[in-house]
Design a protein around this ligand. Structure first.
Ligand code: 4NP
Length: 165
């Protein structure tokens, strides 16, 4: 059975990437692909290792039925570049940090989340990045969720035919 493993990556692993992980887990379950698409998340920084997701991220997610409370922050490690098929970053800084830590032969695994939003979805005007909501207001966390939902639908649409081929 073909499988694919995906690690979402942001700076702290307490706002954006755990949100993407929670959204992806639910959509993968709904698509009956939970045994084929393995999902995790990590941060490039070390400030929030062992911490649960930011309360604001948890609250916003739980209003849409996503449960993030059991997740814990961790930092990306050398083994992750071997272990995962895709390392999906939220912004250009995350990509730069991943590229620095990544062996050259694994660099193609590094992608941006917003690449997977279908082109027809014009809500964010072609934005390349999922903006960091940490220092902003509640609306930032809603936008992160909207972007994660759109991109994770798109990601599943890309992966499904590869897994079932
Ligand atoms: P995240 O958000 O990268 O989406 O988890 C942040 C969390 C913490 C910090 C920055 C961004 N921080 O500076 O501590």
């Amino acid at each position: 059975m073909k499988t694919v493993s995906v690690c979402f990556v942001c700076l702290g692993n307490i706002c954006r990437s755990p949100t993407a992980e929670g959204v992806m887990r639910r959509l993968v379950g709904e698509a009956k692909l939970a045994e084929r698409i393995l999902v995790d998340s990590a941060g490039t920084g070390d400030w929030h290792i062992g911490q649960p997701p930011d309360e604001r991220a948890q609250r916003a997610a739980s209003r849409r039925g996503y449960e993030l409370a059991a997740l814990r922050g961790r930092q990306i490690a050398a083994a992750d570049f071997e272990r995962f098929d895709l390392l999906i970053a939220m912004d250009d800084k995350n990509v730069a940090a991943l590229r620095q830590a990544c062996p050259a032969e694994q660099r193609d695994k590094i992608r941006m989340l917003m690449e997977f939003v279908p082109e027809a979805d014009g809500r964010w005007g072609g934005a390349r990045e999922v903006a960091d909501p940490y220092f902003g207001g509640a609306e930032g966390f809603e936008q992160v969720l909207d972007q994660c939902e759109a991109a994770c639908h798109g990601l599943i649409a890309v992966l499904r035919p590869q897994l079932l081929a």
